[in-house]
Design a protein around this ligand. Structure first.
Ligand SMILES: [Zn+2]
Length: 309
């Protein structure tokens, strides 16, 4: 709780937005990085419970080959079975055209694509250069435009990666602009290995905001060195109002050794509440859902802010 007090005292006098949107990553980014493969029934109930927490956006699954990501092998079933609460957008990651077509076949209204800011990571992760990866997405973008499906873009390794070391803000800016140009409505900046600091965050956002409006940018921090919350509040100070996070701090990064999970939704929501920022989320409902998930799956609840029932 010391961290919370530090952040509250540091940011309470700053100019922060009145409200932000939190995009829930737990069911996809979270679960795909956990070793345990959960039964579809649990995933469906998990997402149904999340739907009652006040989210506007939940990323449900990934339409990727089960050979690569066995955790998401039940993508079609899960997406079809979840209760779709009016007012909530249920999205999915679609790494290729085949995934996009599957997502479309079950009525996914919003998909996400991803590129890396690091050449080394792009080569290791998806076996092609950054430029090639973006070109490959053009056919998805074309179909999505016709199908009226919104596309979000992720950029991974925005501060650095295990292969190339540090990544410059200009490198990220160039990838962000390309994703915008091919038609992504929002670009989420991912600190995949969690090496961001407030100073680096400031430089990155400044660079990206040369070409993009703050409303087109989201931040996605991993909490490897316990800096994610400070980084998020630095981004909010700079006008960013969309934050990706994961309930119970589920997940990590399968491609970056030792990278701990996504920042916790409960921690972000609690701090926002303390700083007077609306998230629309019911923190008690979030904590109960995190406890339920942890109990039924055996995956630890890694959030700092927890309620003990
Ligand atoms: Zn993540």
């Amino acid at each position: 709780m010391q961290k919370f007090r530090e952040i509250i005292s540091h940011y309470s006098s700053r100019t922060l937005p009145k409200a932000i949107r939190i995009v829930e990553m737990g069911p996809r980014d979270g679960l795909q990085s956990e070793k345990k493969i959960l039964p579809s029934d649990i995933k469906v109930e998990f997402i149904n419970r999340l739907s009652e927490c006040g989210y506007k956006n939940i990323e449900v699954t990934s339409f990727v080959s089960p050979k690569w990501v066995p955790q998401m092998g039940d993508n079609l079933e899960v997406f079809q079975r979840i209760y779709k609460k009016p007012g909530v957008t249920y999205s999915a990651l679609t790494p290729n055209v085949k995934g996009y077509e599957s997502a479309k076949s079950v009525g996914v209204p919003e998909v996400a694509i991803f590129a890396s800011a690091s050449e080394g990571f792009s080569q290791k992760n998806i076996n092609c250069s950054i430029e090639e990866s973006i070109q490959r997405f053009r056919s998805i973008m074309h179909s999505a435009y016709i199908d009226k499906i919104r596309v979000r873009g992720y950029i991974s390794c925005v501060f650095g990666c295990p292969y190339d070391g540090e990544i410059s803000p200009e490198a990220v800016r160039s990838v962000a602009l390309k994703l915008k140009e091919i038609g992504c409505y929002e670009i989420s900046l991912g600190d995949t290995i969690g090496i961001g600091t407030p100073t680096k965050t400031k430089a990155l956002i400044e660079s990206v905001l040369y070409d993009l409006a703050p409303s087109e940018v989201a931040v996605h921090f991993h909490n490897t060195f316990d800096r994610a919350l400070e980084n998020i509040f630095t981004a909010l100070e700079m006008g960013i109002t969309t934050v990706d996070s994961s309930i119970a701090s589920l997940g990590g990064c399968p491609y970056a050794d030792g990278a701990t999970g996504n920042v916790s939704t409960e921690d972000v929501a609690f701090l926002c509440q303390e700083l007077g920022i609306e998230t629309g989320l019911d923190i008690n409902a979030l904590c109960r859902t995190a406890n339920w998930m942890s109990k039924i799956s055996g995956i630890p609840n890694r959030s700092v802010y927890q309620i003990h029932e």
